[in-house]
Design a binder for this molecule. Structure first.
Ligand SMILES: [Zn+2]
Length: 390
């Protein structure tokens, strides 16, 4: 039988085998390597409530080995772990080292951080009912409580409370996006209900934003719905877009689509694009991460006679669900910081043949609005409009 070892001997052996940094060395490492340093707080949830080091991912010691690969799939960078005093995180660093990570322990942990006079971040605390409501997505290590807090703090603007805006807004609200702006100047019509699932028969004739606010409020009272019962124009776009993190384009006409695109480029707001017609749909993310904008793909609006509206062309309602939901997913990923976005890729959906295709789209240096020498520097209302009901 192996001789018994005291915990102190064991800890000393572990610490001799791992790399350790002081708080000052951690800050130097962060300054030098930036995003290549992932900071992990491995304390228990109740300890984290009193504040974490800014930017730290919270991953309690008990779940560390189980979830680290989902949270930090790339082993190329440095993973710095801390706890309250540097003991548990020493064991954590040893374990991460065995999993192939370049792990370092922060000597003295949060106590040393505070003693050096550095502040802690105080993340918003989720209420018990929020923890219960969002449990199935908080359980995803990529999202976790930190991602849920980002969703609750996020501000997403949905332009159009129609076929695409309906599923998009419903899923955004269900996911707990804290502030949802909705732009629409239309009233609910019976012919909308085949695809505009925010609305019901009982609100026919009422403004869509009012109906949407009621539906979303019933779904999730966490969400602050800001209605804009007006048509988006070159004159009001800046005022409406101001302060939103992401715009979801749920419009069905080219005039508004180009206006949204140009406003997003000029204001630096990502634009989650979606479009549907007949049995087809498409989605992408524009104006994000040096990616293209809508004009890089389609420089000018088509002439009105070539721009069919939903009324003329018809659309299968459920396709709005597919595309609008794709838009909701992209917006959620963007604000929560998840995965790889659709920037630079246009996904098209051919429902009749049950086929998804992907088209690569590059930013066009000659683009009129996002190019190297833009000609569009102010917003304009476009004469072209198929003026179809959404
Ligand atoms: Zn462009």
């Amino acid at each position: 039988m192996a001789p018994t070892t005291s915990f102190n001997d064991y800890l000393a052996r572990v610490r001799a085998e791992i790399r350790e940094v002081s708080v000052a060395e951690l800050r130097r490492l962060q300054a030098e390597r930036g995003a290549a340093v992932t900071l992990i707080d491995c304390r228990e949830p109740e300890e984290v409530e009193n504040g974490v080091i800014a930017g730290a991912l919270v991953l309690p010691r008990g779940q560390l080995e189980l979830q680290i690969e989902a949270l930090v799939p790339d082993r190329a960078g440095v993973v710095a772990v801390y706890c309250a005093t540097g003991v548990r995180s020493a064991l954590a660093a040893a374990s991460l080292g065995q999993l192939g990570y370049d792990a370092v322990n922060v000597i003295g942990g949060v106590e040393a951080w505070k003693a050096a006079g550095h502040p802690l971040d105080h993340p918003r605390r989720l209420t018990r009912s929020q923890l219960a409501r969002y449990a199935r997505q908080i359980r995803l290590p990529e999202l976790g409580e930190a991602g849920q807090r980002r969703l609750l703090d996020a501000r997403v603007l949905v332009v159009g409370a129609g076929g695409l805006g309906s599923p998009a807004a419903l899923y955004l609200a269900a996911a707990g996006v804290g502030t949802l702006g909705l732009v629409d100047d239309d009233a609910v019509d019976l012919s909308n209900l085949q695809r505009q699932i925010l609305h019901g028969e009982d609100v026919a004739g009422r403004p869509k934003v009012e109906s949407a606010r009621r539906t979303l409020g019933r779904l999730n009272s966490d969400v602050n719905v800001i209605p804009f019962a007006e048509r988006l124009t070159a004159e009001n776009a800046r005022r409406i877009f101001e302060g939103f993190d992401v715009v979801v384009d749920g419009t069905d006409n080219f005039a508004t689509r180009y206006l949204i695109n140009d406003a997003c480029v000029l204001l630096g707001i990502p634009n989650v694009h979606g479009a549907i017609q007949r049995f087809d749909g498409q989605a992408s993310l524009f104006c994000h991460d040096d990616g293209p904008c809508y004009r890089c793909l389609f420089p000018e609006p088509p002439p009105p006679e070539l721009a069919p509206s939903c009324v003329e062309a018809g659309v299968l309602g459920a396709i709005c669900g597919v595309i609008g939901t794709l838009q909701a997913v992209e917006a959620i990923k963007l604000v929560a910081g998840l995965g790889a976005s659709l920037a630079g890729r246009l996904v098209s959906y051919d429902a009749l043949n049950a086929r998804f295709r992907e088209l690569k789209v590059k930013r066009d240096p000659g683009c009129a609005v996002c190019g190297d020498a833009p000609r569009i520097t102010e917003l304009l209302d476009y004469a072209v409009s198929c003026a179809a009901p959404k």
